[in-house]
Design a protein around this ligand. Structure first.
Ligand code: HEM
Length: 529
């Protein structure tokens, strides 16, 4: 309505009409602010639409959230993936849902086809960089490096030298040794502590050692020397990156560092610099003596040092890359194995079936090794079913960023939009998986579902150009250690009366962890050599 219709009416009748003018203005302001804020997707989307009016008709559906804050509170709870899944369902926005977190524009897909379109599109080959990732140097490492020549180079190097099938095979014996060390450690607990195992601690240390060997060519004894220091650096990094940082979405807050994230990261990065630089220097010294070639025996530091000689990578880049490998490779494997063991305690029948398979393939007189794994399909089915029910990255961990304006289906997506995939929602969708809340490994025996990224019904390692480069190594490690742990022990609850009860509460940090870490009992089965 034009103001010329009501202005004469208001000013013509003295002070009471002036009051009603103020009221009317307030009302108008109120309605326009709210219709703006309550636009589909909330504030950040509304701000964009005011600039580009032509795309309103193809708006992505989504909740407006709280005024200005948007869905901030959803990201401060430990079950963000569940809340977002429910919202997408109730708004009939499973293929694509828009929302805002402060001034950041988000969209999320909870449906396989659209998820595939996003993850495989070159438009989404970048990642949004959080302040903590930046402070922890990750913008110079693979995971957060901007899409471009530097990132492509790192992917190529790691695919050739760290994660190639030859390298993965080469480190098989070492994985087996760590698995055996864990078995020995648990046998000690059987004698000392009636077999009560704090599962996370044990797996974390094994996993850290595994990555340390392939990256730094170093291993540590359980609970002794520098391993503990590195373990605490990794845990601190995980916590810092997992914190929801308000500054990432409200730029005005960033200089204040209200949550102390920046300060924490800077302290940590100083320690990491000292730790990793020392290892690099040791390698330099070794190389200067004689080992001046990169081959399959060398570790990742050797590979990077070789590149340094060709001036392709600086010292601080090297620290960032090495630190990220340790950091990314450690927790994911430990967290997945903890979920699997929790499921084994909860489903003794499934555990027994896996043990029967291992016994029939490997026997009881020798220890399981890498070469047995292709003959253990039920074991793999258990891993796949756990990845389905408890994907370590339910929101595929690290989101993607639209590099340029693009379309997903008929929806226009502006450059700078953060895109996420709710893998947890897809793997718990009745329309995708029958009886999604039942733990049934058999479904993967009946149907061979690819889990490396080609089938978005279950893509725990992501898909497309930024898919997890460590997936084959991670999976090989989980398969082998699970086989070793199941071959040697029967896993039962600490309290026999609690049979059939395991606390499966979740907590979403950087990965989806068990809220209360698993403590259970290991009962020796066979003594494989
Ligand atoms: C169970 C084990 C693992 C799971 C579930 C997992 C999951 C993931 C996921 C979901 C992503 C994001 C993918 C995407 O955006 O499409 C990712 C990226 C990544 N992962 Fe893994 N991961 C695992 C093991 C590992 C290991 C062992 C390493 C290295 C030692 C590793 C290194 C990385 C790196 C460097 C990236 C970033 C890649 C890029 O942006 O180019 N991951 N991982």
């Amino acid at each position: 309505m034009s103001t010329e219709y009501f202005l004469p009416f208001i000013f013509s009748t003295g002070s009471s009409s002036f009051l009603s003018f103020q009221l009317l203005l307030c009302l108008l302001l109120f309605v326009s602010v709210f219709s703006f804020i309550l636009a589909p997707g909330g504030l950040a989307w509304a701000l964009y639409k005011t600039r580009v009016r032509t795309h309103i008709r193809t708006a992505i559906p989504g909740p407006s959230g709280l005024p200005v804050l948007g869905l901030v509170l959803v990201f401060t709870v430990s079950s963000t993936h569940r809340v977002l899944a429910k919202m997408a369902q109730s708004l009939k926005a499973k293929p694509l849902m828009a929302f805002s977190v402060g001034f950041t524009r988000f969209m999320i897909s909870s449906e396989p086809d659209t998820a595939k379109e996003i993850l495989n599109s070159s438009a989404f080959a970048d990642r949004p960089i959080k302040e903590s990732a930046y402070e922890l140097l990750f913008h110079r490492a693979m995971g957060f490096a901007p899409f471009g020549e530097y990132w492509r180079n790192l992917r190529r190097i790691s695919a050739t030298h760290l994660f190639s099938p030859k390298r993965i095979t080469h480190f098989g014996k070492f994985r087996e040794n760590i698995g055996s060390k864990m078995v020995e450690e648990i046998k000690g607990l059987v004698e000392r502590d009636d077999g009560v195992v704090k599962v996370r601690k044990m797996l974390h240390f094994g996993s850290l050692n595994n990555v340390m060997m392939s990256v730094f060519g170093k291993s540590y004894e359980f609970g002794i020397d520098g391993g503990c220091e590195l373990e605490s650096l990794v845990s601190e990094g995980y916590d810092s990156l997992g914190i929801f940082n308000w500054s990432d979405h409200f730029p005005v807050l960033s200089w204040m560092d209200l949550q102390g994230v920046r300060k924490r990261c800077r302290i940590l990065v100083d320690k990491v610099n000292i730790f990793v630089s020392q290892i690099i220097e040791e390698h330099r010294l070794k190389r200067s003596r004689n080992v001046n070639k990169v081959d399959d025996e060398g570790d990742f530091v050797d590979v990077l040092l070789q590149l340094e000689e060709d001036n392709k990578i600086t010292d601080s880049d090297m620290i960032a890359v090495l630190w990220e490998m340790i950091f990314r490779g450690t927790d994911t494997v430990a967290i997945l194995l903890e979920w699997i063991l929790a499921r084994m305690v909860l489903h003794p029948d499934i555990q027994a079936k896996a043990q029967t398979e291992i016994d029939s393939v490997v026997g009881t007189t020798r220890s399981v090794s890498d070469s047995d794994l292709p003959n253990l399909p039920y074991l793999l089915a258990i891993i796949k079913e756990t990845l389905r029910m408890h994907p370590p990255g339910p929101l595929l961990s690290w989101a993607r960023l639209a590099i340029h304006d693009t379309h997903i289906g008929h929806h226009f997506v502006p450059a700078g939009t953060v895109a996420m995939v709710n893998m947890w929602s897809i793997t718990h969708d009745e329309g995708v998986w029958p009886q999604p809340n039942e733990f049934k490994p058999e479904r993967f025996v009946d149907e061979d579902v690819a889990i490396m990224g080609s089938d978005l019904r279950l893509a725990p390692f992501g898909s497309g150009r930024r898919a997890c480069p460590g997936k084959a190594m991670g999976l090989a490690t989980v398969q082998l250690w699970l086989a070793q742990l199941l071959q040697s022990f029967k896993w039962v609850p600490c309290d026999a009366a609690a049979a059939g009860v395991v606390d499966l509460s979740e907590c979403l940090k950087l990965s989806l962890e068990m809220k209360n870490s698993l403590v259970c009992k290991a009962v020796p089965r066979v003594s494989a050599a």
